[in-house]
Ligand binder design. Sequence first.
Ligand code: DX5
Ligand code: ZN
Length: 216
Amino acid sequence: MVKIAPSILSADFARFGEEIRAIDEAGCDYVHVDVMDGHFVPNMTFGAPIIEKLRPHTKKPFDVHLMIDPAQPYLEEYAKAGADIITVHAEADKHLDRSLQVIRSLGKKAGVSLNPATPESVLEYVMDKVDLILVMSVNPGFGGQSFIPSALDKIKRIRKMIGDRPIELEVDGGVNVDTIADVVAAGADVVVAGSAVFKGDDYAKTISDLRAAVKS
Ligand code: DX5
Ligand code: ZN
């Protein structure tokens, strides 16, 4: 069954703890945490001190998506703040291989994310160092953007590259009840949903509608 990772980028930041508890009770699998620096992406969110404060509100894994450049100097900080999965962008640090090794050495799952225009060939020589691949299906920076259709072919190609390795394939951006079935059919194991989950009041219903849309 596909894992659902609501992105708290679209949560009410003034009621952050409550929002995390609500998506936990609504049946999310991961909590997707978008960290933005206003440099790698044209938007800023929050950093490790806030993640540390959010940590006690749920036992669900924190899937931390670092949209920061550089990321490597901060990996330890995010590990200590309570991240379970730490994902860096292939376009950000000069030494992707080293960043992935550092994340694993901190005892965390190592993820690599690709922007829509980045070819999947960058993954070729790090496949043995990643636990999760995050395909961006929008240009990172904002919630509520439309799904970029070319991501579907990329998801299929990466699914083939993964083969039987224990690597999760996650897709982020523009996933909603209309797009989720194609994303999962293309090979995604985990989908991020920000605006789709947080725009309504009944998070449990939205999460079950997403799961139902995959089956139909
Ligand atoms: C975008 C973030 C996403 C974002 C997705 O830069 O990485 O996680 O919150 O939002 P939606 O689901 O609204 O496209
Ligand atoms: Zn994200």
